[in-house]
Write a protein that binds this ligand. Structure first.
Ligand code: PLP
Length: 366
């Protein structure tokens, strides 16, 4: 039995009729940039998120960039050309590279904190100890589908952008400046290509972002702001509208799969992911010191698994100039050596999950 990490063609087969009709409708409309599909998707996702403003953009990476530009982080962001003030973005050392990349793209220094004991999310005490007068924005990440509590970050008064690329749940952007989403195809809500969004409770920020995603042009060819081409593709918006209707069911299946793993992997010498009712298991990430051997063992038995992320961000070669040394953020470094994601996607059968769990047990018996 083969067990893929994700099976997007199986997902497509289940909603094929609706997706094909939506794509045909956009192609037939002749409206290939912005338009009613993008607006409708933004409204529907905003309602799903409890009445928030949603601005659809090109990707999760651009969602972070646009959000940081709109909050005027760093050099040349949106409205003011700053080249003298030194600014910092405080973020976690354990995430996808796009998170700290946002800071350096805007001329800000990324300041990394460690993750919390027993979690893949940031250690709030460590993060807060790194916030200072130069901090322009705090950028926490909700890792692998588990939303972290950001209330103490908000209480600092420094704007908070939540990187929610992996964690689409209604609580995001509650009380923060905004949250960013990715619709990369493998995400819990994935497009058939790239896409992303910024979510906010602020009508003013949403308005600014929707102007910035079209080069800050308002009225047309007059620019009080600069931004970029950050527009969400209407074909992707049309597909995302279909998939959004299934999201709750798909997230529930991910939880069901995670619960089945928990039962069957209990008692083994490995650490299971944190358990929380709101967890949407973008990934089901276990930890073991024998991670690489387990990955090879699974792979030899046709089971895909993945290492997120093998090198902590503060040790990335391009960030060497910021002076972090191996050992400086030990929990993030340990996670990068021990974390392994098992397949948890909604199209897995119970037999496939049982096969994965039995194979993991077999590894420890061998
Ligand atoms: C935590 C995090 N932030 C940002 C991104 C970037 O999103 P995208 O690939 O849509 O640009 C990702 C995507 O994997 C992510 O996992």
């Amino acid at each position: 039995m083969r067990v893929p990490l994700i099976d997007l063609s199986a997902q497509y087969q289940k909603i094929r009729g609706d997706v094909d009709a939506a794509v045909a409708q956009v192609l037939g409309s002749g409206r290939y940039v912005m338009g009613p599909e993008v607006t409708a998707f933004e409204q529907e996702l905003g309602a799903y998120l409890g009445g928030k403003h949603v601005v659809g953009v090109t990707s999760g990476t651009d969602a972070l960039l646009a959000a940081a530009m709109a909050l005027e982080v760093g050099l040349g962001s949106g409205q003011q050309f700053r080249c003298t003030r030194e600014v910092e973005v405080v973020t976690t050392a354990y995430s996808f590279f796009a998170t700290p990349e946002t800071a350096v793209r805007l001329g800000a220094r990324p300041v990394f904190c460690d993750i919390a004991e027993g979690s893949f999310n940031a250690d709030v005490d460590d993060l807060l100890s790194r916030v200072g007068p130069k901090t322009a924005v705090i950028l926490p990440v909700h890792m692998f589908g588990l939303r972290m509590d950001v209330s103490r970050l908000v209480a600092t008064g420094v704007p908070v952008i939540e990187d929610a690329a992996q964690t689409l749940v209604p609580g995001i952007a509650d009380g923060t400046a905004c949250a960013t989403l990715s619709f990369f195809p493998t995400k819990n809500l994935g497009a058939a290509g790239d896409g992303g969004a910024v979510v906010t409770q602020s009508a003013a920020l949403a308005e600014k972002l929707s102007t910035m995603r079209q080069h800050g042009s308002k009225p047309k060819y007059v620019h009080h702001l600069w931004g970029g081409n950050f527009r969400l593709d209407p074909l992707q918006a049309a597909i995302l509208r279909i998939k959004l209707r299934h999201l709750d069911d798909w997230q529930a299946l991910r939880r069901r799969n995670a619960a089945r793993y928990r039962e069957q992997l209990a008692g083994l010498p490995l650490v299971l992911p944190e358990s929380h009712p709101s967890h949407v298991y973008h990934h089901f990430v276990i930890r073991t010191e024998r991670r690489d051997a387990l990955k090879d063992y699974l792979s030899a038995r046709q089971i895909d698994s993945e290492v997120y992320y093998p090198l902590a961000l503060h040790l990335q070669p391009c960030f060497a100039q910021f002076g972090y040394r191996p050992g400086s953020l030990p929990r993030s470094e340990a996670a990068s050596k021990e974390a392994l994601a098992l397949p948890v996607h909604p199209d897995l059968s119970e037999e496939q999950i049982d096969f994965v769990a039995e194979t993991v047990r077999g590894f420890y018996r061998a």
